[in-house]
Ligand binder design. Sequence first.
Ligand code: NIG
Ligand code: FE
Length: 414
Amino acid sequence: MRTLIENIGQLLTMDTTLRDFRSPVGGRVLGLVDDAALLIDGGLVRWLGPADELPPAMASGARRVDAGGRVLMPGLVECHTHLVFGGSRAHEFAMRAAGASYEEIARAGGGIASTVGATRTTSADELLQSGLKRLDGFARMGVTTVEIKSGYGLSAEHELKILEVIRSLQREHPLDIVGTFLGAHIVPPEHREHRERYIDQLCREMIPEVARRQLAEFCDVFVEEGAFSVAEARAILAAARAAGLARKVHAEQLTHTGATLLAAEMEAVSADHLDHATRADADALTQAGTAAVLLPGATFFLGKSRYPNGKLFIDAGATVAISTDYNPGSSYTQNLWLMGTLACTYCGLAPAQALWTMTRGAATAINRQNTAGHLRPGITADFLILDTADWEDALYLYGGNPVAEVYKAGVLLA
Ligand code: NIG
Ligand code: FE
């Protein structure tokens, strides 16, 4: 079954390089083609380019869809979420509005630990049902690939429960899902007096088991005061590497700990947050080929004033990605477009660069640089038609959703 999308006013292929990403020219960053057409065959992109160059024989007999002169671009890639959790932390939002800080709330037993409590008492089936709804929410926003972390179980039983839910989401939902083990989110309350026992369990039991059962592709660690030290994280990531899991690190979010240098040392695929990262950190990431994932929604929602400095990473030559960090505590939003706007306002990205980081950059941050986040012949036909004829509107009209239609593997999602 072939489908020809014609009358595309602006086609953004994102089939561009890191060098293009650093260019000040929007069209070059985006791989922009005006007055374009795109042919889908069997769920894959068969051809794309200027409409007047389409070989007539290729399109003959295809079903035709009129894009109405609007923008067509790759499906968004969401490279950092904590989507499987029980309970709500709306009351913490109210506490922060009244002046309490995220760190104070966590020290008083709220924060991540409170979601761990709620998630442990939520059944796998309930987590699956809420997870499916949340994925629908991302799909409506134009996201076609989603990374999901565990990390609200923090015992072998409950972490495996969450990872099984992620696997079920992979089977039951049309979006592409990438799983990450975040057993090292915090030390769970029952191990607080002897944290080395939990770290030992992570390294000797949980990580090997997750890898053996192929329940995750990545292993992530939250390095922060109140979470894990750099030395502890080094042991955990070494165990992950030995088990064959790729690495990710939550780094320099609330303070500077040195976690970015550890991410580089461990050849992590990404280092995420980076609000307090330095130029030396940016250079180390670039050297190691580790992507810099900026999460300005967490900075915003926690009411912090120091945003990650995107320019630092662009100037160093690193691959940059942005993400919502969707989770019940520090960033409860599914609006990746809004993150793009924040990245322009507070992180120093140009609008075209922000769009690249939400697609090609984010795909690179989850090892999907060859299969997601861009459009070219042979790739899965994951793309969006926006409700505008000008790509510059996408982040400028901010806080909404510019998506008119979402195609996953060539099929229009309802
Ligand atoms: O990415 N930084 C650690 N983890 C999450 C927050 C999780 C939570 O507050 O529940 C984050 O911001
Ligand atoms: Fe996170």
